[in-house]
Design a protein around this ligand. Sequence first.
Ligand code: FES
Length: 64
Amino acid sequence: MSDIKTKIKLMPNGPVIVEGNFEVFSADGTEMAQGKGMVALCRCGASASKPFCDGAHAKIGFQG
Ligand code: FES
């Protein structure tokens, strides 16, 4: 049985999905969110609610 508490999954042409316990910080160290469960982080750069995915990757045809 695995001891991994957090799972990170790169979605094809979409966000990074983080599942488990998480904390999200800005570059200057300011905490932006924390929680337990699932969060989708933008990796296309087009989200209007960064660092979170808002579905804009589909509109811009993000490939990654
Ligand atoms: S990955 Fe979804 S809006 Fe950027």
